[in-house]
Ligand binder design. Sequence first.
Ligand SMILES: [Zn+2]
Length: 101
Amino acid sequence: MCRSLSGADYSSWVVIPSAQFSIRSGQDDIAHYQASENFSKSFCKNCGSTISCVNDDKFPGHIYLAKGGITSEFDMPAQIQVFTEFKARWVTLDESIPVFN
Ligand SMILES: [Zn+2]
């Protein structure tokens, strides 16, 4: 589902507890798509950029923030790879990063 919703080979996310996240401004510019009972996506109404996802099947109580959309300086290398069973055939996993399926 992530591949089709993102339109990309794979996506990079920062996953944090939902209780530690809030949007301080711009709420009116955010649209939500409920893809399934436990999976939703938020995106910008103006440009379509992905903002976040919630996947209560995999990480209940957490929000995925689209890593590419974070514009502040930070250095956060990938820590786990998930949903690798759904990866495109042409994507090669980084064997130095643990897989969590
Ligand atoms: Zn936008």
